[in-house]
Design a protein around this ligand. Structure first.
Ligand SMILES: Nc1nc2c(ncn2[C@@H]2O[C@H](COP(=O)(O)OP(=O)(O)OP(=O)(O)O)[C@@H](O)[C@H]2O)c(=O)[nH]1
Length: 292
């Protein structure tokens, strides 16, 4: 493997939270920014994805084969696959051997959050990547439907927090699928709420059952804890809004210190800024990229 610093995002989150779509969107938008983002599929049960898959764990092992051979259930089978990957980490190293300094890779992980909340399989994987020279951050995908009520939102934030603590990496929580919410203000309110939980809505506890009182109090305490420690930074991803995509990429770049040693192409950034100010698409017209 070449010597150098490589950049990697570990994409985690529950099944269906939008991990693969995030990889696809980022890879696609990076092209318009004249950047190449590679994607590694680490889900041995994946069936199809829209992104260009540069490295695929299914070339090493597939969940179907494991289930058939060992008669395991899906979760046990997945754990087997991930342990197998760790035992054969030289396979991944070999696959990554063509990376050049400053290359950027997204690792699309399986949706079973037990893998990083209850077990240290993902920690071992990220440790191996660090040993290979990767600067890594974790991106936790949180489905926007978690903003349907305060308690649900808090439970989602706690999931993100659990992943962040167990992975022990610089971390961003991404509120995915924001395009499906009509009321964009509602999203912003929740994002502010995650950072500024000052005016906690205290319901009239007089007519509440004992259970509801305790539940209310627990919710309030959790909100305060999340705020006190300012641990979870949440950013939105609205695939219909290019600005949120670019902002998210910039935020992850900052987390990784990506680009510290790169020469920025001033002309490019000026044009993006200009387009944003004019309210136009942030990207160039077809062919306009060719100059860069
Ligand atoms: N409207 C909308 N739908 C989305 C978005 N992201 C994901 N979806 C849909 O949500 C479903 C799950 O998305 P995936 O990207 O496959 O989610 P995942 O986390 O990779 O799922 P697993 O691989 O099963 O863990 C798919 O039907 C996607 O089309 C989004 O930003 N907007």
């Amino acid at each position: 493997m070449n010597q150098g610093v490589f950049y990697g995002q570990i994409i985690v989150g529950p099944a269906g939270s939008g991990k693969s779509t995030y990889c696809h969107i980022m890879q696609d938008n990076a092209k318009l920014l004249k950047r190449n983002i590679m994607v590694v599929n680490l889900d041995p049960a994946a069936e199809h994805f829209k992104y260009r898959c540069d490295i695929d764990i299914r070339d090493l092992i597939t969940l179907d084969d494991v289930l058939e051979e060992f008669k395991l259930g899906p979760n046990g089978g997945l754990v087997y696959c991930m342990e197998y990957l760790l035992q054969n980490i030289d396979w991944l190293e070999e696959q990554l051997s063509d990376l050049a300094t400053d290359d950027y890779v997204l690792f699309d992980c399986p949706g079973q959050i037990e893998l990083y909340t209850h077990m240290d399989l993902m920690n071992k994987l990220t440790q191996s990547l660090s040993n290979l020279g990767f600067s890594i951050c974790s991106m936790f995908m949180l489905d926007v439907t978690f903003i349907s009520d305060n308690s649900k939102f808090i439970s989602g934030v706690l999931q993100a927090l659990t992943a962040m603590i167990s992975l022990g990496l610089p971390h961003i929580t991404v509120l995915t699928k924001c395009d499906i919410i009509q009321d964009k203000q509602q999203i912003d309110q929740y994002l502010e709420f995650a950072e500024e939980i000052d005016d906690i809505e205290i319901k009239d506890t007089q007519n509440m059952s004992e259970f509801d009182k305790k539940y209310n109090s627990l919710t309030r305490t959790l909100r305060e804890t999340i705020k006190d420690y300012s641990l979870v930074g949440i950013r939105k991803l609205d695939v219909s809004d290019e600005e949120t995509i670019l902002e998210l990429l910039a935020e992850a770049d900052m987390c990784l210190n990506y680009g510290e040693n790169l020469e920025p192409d001033e002309r490019f950034y000026e044009q993006v800024e200009d387009n944003l100010q004019k309210g136009n698409d942030v990207y160039f017209d077809e062919g306009a990229n060719d100059d860069f």
